[in-house]
Write a protein that binds this ligand. Structure first.
Ligand code: BG6
Ligand code: MG
Length: 218
C-alpha cells in the first residue's frame, strides 16, 4: 500500500472557514482604510495569522509597532472565532464525511495538518473532535507553510514517514510545504492547477480513486 495515511489541511479542504477568515480580515482592513479583496485573500491561504496581517499591511502607508500588529491580529481573531461559533455539524460537507469514512474503512490513517491555532475548536464545531488519528496545527509549529513543519509533525504523530503519507491541500503554499517535506500531494481548487501538486482533484471524493489506484499498483 503506497499511502498508509492522508494528512488534510483544514481551512478550505475539510470545511469552508476561508469565507470567515475573509470576512474578519475585511472588517480590519476597512477600519484601517486598506484595500482588500478576495484575490488578496487567496494569498492568505495556508499562511499564519501574523503573516496574513503583513500581507494586508503591504497596502498601508503607516508603520505599525509590533504591539499594534498583535492587537490587530487579536481583534481579527476575536471576530473570526465569533463567526466560527455559528458553525455546526451541518457545515461539514456530506462528500467530505463520506470520503473520510470510506478511507478509514479501508484502513488508511487520517490526520490534520493545519496552520490554524483554531483547528481544534473548528473540529469540535464540525463534530470531528476525536475523529482524526492525529492533529498537527498552529499550536505545535514555529514555522508556517510553505515550511513543511506542520506536515512533518503530523507524520511523526502517526509514526509514518512522509513517503507513506498523502497531503491534501487547497493552497499553493501547502503544496509547496508538502513537496519540501517529501510528501506527495493532492490539490483542490487553486492548488489543483498550480502545477506543483502530484495530483489535481475536481472534488474531495476524487481522493478515493487516487488512494485506491496507488494501492493496487503497489
Ligand atoms: C490557515 C488559513 O489554515 O490558518 C490561513 O488558510 C490562516 O488563512 C491560518 O491565516 C491561521 O489561522 P488562525 O485560525 O490561527 O488565525
Ligand atoms: Mg487551506
Amino acid at each position: 500500500m503506497k499511502y498508509q495515511a492522508v494528512i488534510f489541511d483544514l481551512d478550505g479542504v475539510i470545511c469552508f472557514t476561508d469565507q470567515y477568515h475573509y470576512m474578519a480580515w475585511k472588517m480590519i482592513a476597512d477600519e484601517l482604510g486598506i484595500y482588500f479583496d478576495e484575490k488578496i485573500n487567496n494569498r492568505l491561504r495556508g499562511v499564519s495569522r501574523m503573516e496574513s496581517l503583513e500581507i494586508i499591511l503591504e497596502r498601508y502607508d503607516k508603520v505599525l509597532s509590533q504591539e499594534e500588529k498583535l492587537a490587530l491580529a487579536e481583534k481579527k481573531n476575536k471576530i473570526y472565532v465569533e463567526l466560527l461559533g455559528e458553525m455546526n455539524k451541518e457545515d461539514l460537507p456530506g462528500e467530505v464525511k463520506e470520503t473520510l469514512d470510506r478511507l478509514r474503512a479501508e484502513g488508511i490513517q487520517l490526520a490534520i495538518g493545519s496552520s490554524s491555532k483554531n483547528a481544534k475548536f473548528i473540529l469540535e464545531r464540525l463534530g470531528l473532535d476525536h475523529y482524526f488519528d492525529a492533529v498537527s496545527d498552529g499550536t505545535n509549529i514555529s514555522k508556517s507553510k510553505p515550511d513543511p513543519e506542520v506536515f512533518l509533525k503530523a507524520a511523526e504523530f502517526l509514526h509514518k514517514n512522509p513517503r507513506e503519507c498523502l497531503v491534501v491541500e487547497d493552497a499553493k503554499a501547502g503544496i509547496m510545504a508538502a513537496r519540501a517535506g517529501g510528501f506527495d500531494s493532492a490539490g483542490l481548487g487553486e492548488a489543483a492547477i498550480c502545477g506543483e501538486a502530484t495530483y489535481g482533484m475536481d472534488s474531495f471524493g476524487d481522493l478515493l480513486k487516487i488512494v485506491n489506484e496507488n494501492q493496487s499498483g503497489m
